[in-house]
Design a protein around this ligand. Sequence first.
Ligand SMILES: Cc1cc2nc3c(=O)[nH]c(=O)nc-3n(C[C@H](O)[C@H](O)[C@H](O)COP(=O)(O)OP(=O)(O)OC[C@H]3O[C@@H](n4cnc5c(N)ncnc54)[C@H](O)[C@@H]3O)c2cc1C
Length: 347
Amino acid sequence: MLDPAEQGRTIAYPGEPLAYRRGGRRLVGSTHMSDNDRSDSGIRDCLVVGGGAAGLSAALTLGRARRATLVVDAGRQSNLVAAGIGGLLGHDGRTPAGYYAAARTELAAYPSVEVVADEVTGGRREDDGTFTVTLGGGGVGRARSVVLAPGMEYRHPAVPGLRERWGGPVFHCPFCHGWELRERPMGVLARGAVGVHGALNLRAWTGRVTLLTNGAGVTAEQRRQLAGGGVGLDERPIAALDGPGTALRAVVFAGGGELAIGALLVKATLYQRSPLARELGATLIEPDEMLSVQAIRVDAMGRTGVPGLYAAGDAATSVPPSLAAAVASGHLAGAAASVQLAVAGRR
Ligand SMILES: Cc1cc2nc3c(=O)[nH]c(=O)nc-3n(C[C@H](O)[C@H](O)[C@H](O)COP(=O)(O)OP(=O)(O)OC[C@H]3O[C@@H](n4cnc5c(N)ncnc54)[C@H](O)[C@@H]3O)c2cc1C
C-alpha cells in the first residue's frame, strides 16, 4: 500500500513534461481512450500493473498499436537504490530515475496511453472475460486485458549492515555492477553450488575473491573447485558488515576477527510483491536452490494461460533478471495482448 501521507501528493519528475499525482490521474496529456475506440465504455484495452522497464515497454508497444492503455505504477522500481544502470545497451551508466523519466517522456507521444501513480490493491477476472482492479487511491480500473509487470521483492540474507549497503558495494548481479566494483577484494555470501559458481564467476572482475558460507560447510569437491579457481574460502559465521557510511571495509565474524573486502556479492531470492497474480488466476513457479525466483508461469510471449492475462519483467522471469530482459519481455507481452485483442475483434 502507498503511504497514506503520499496519497494525492504531486510527484514532479525533473525534466519531464509530465506530472503525476499519487492516487490520481496523470495531470497532463491524458485522453483515456484510444483513437480507434469511440465507445467510451470506460474499459481500457489493456491495464498494465507496474511502470518499470517491463510495464513501460509493454505500454510503448500497446500505445504504438493505438490501444487504450492504463499504466498504474507505485513508483518503486527495484534498482532505484543503485547509482547507475549496468549492461542495458544504449543506457549503460545512466541513473535509474533518469532512465524511467526518459521512458515516460517517450510514452507521452502516444495519446492512448495514460500513466498514473497509484497502486493496484486487488483484482478479478469477470465472467465476460474483462478485468477489474481496485486502486489504492480509491478508483477502479477496467480492461479487456492485463499485463502484470509489478517487479519482484528482492530478499537478501539478513546480516546486520547489509541492507544499507544494498545497491552499492553489496550487489546481487556481477554483470550489472561488477564493472564499477572491479579489482576490489570481494566476498561472495552464498552457500552450496550457487556460492561456488558465484565465486568462480566473480574472478572475471577481481583476482581477490573469498566465498563466505556463514557457518555452512562445503563438500570436498567444492573445496577443490574453489582452490583450483583461485578462490578463498571462509566458513565462519558472520556477525555484521562494517565500513564508513555506506561503504564497505570488512566482514566481521561472530567469533571475532574480520576479513577486509570492498564489495560483497549476495544471493537474492525474488518473491512476488503481492498476491495479485494468484488472484487473477496465474500460477507461480516456486523458488528452489538454483532457480531463486517465485516467477509467474508464462510462455515466450508472456501469456499466463488465463485468457487476456499476460506477465512480463522480473515477475515472470525464470532467468537472471535484468533490465534488458524486462524491456524485451514487456514488448512481447504488449504485442501478444494487442494481437489477441485484434483476434477477438477489436480494431
Ligand atoms: C539493487 C538492484 C540493482 C540492479 N541493477 C541492475 C542493473 O544495473 N542492470 C540491469 O540490467 N538490471 C539491474 N537490476 C535488475 C533490474 O532492476 C530488474 O530486472 C528490472 O528493474 C525489472 O523490471 P520490472 O519492470 O520487471 O520491475 P521493476 O523495475 O521493479 O518495476 C516494477 C514497478 O511496478 C510497481 N508495482 C508493483 N506492484 C504494483 C502494484 N500492485 N500496483 C502498481 N504498481 C506496482 C513497482 O512499484 C515498480 O515501480 C537491479 C536490481 C536491483 C534490485
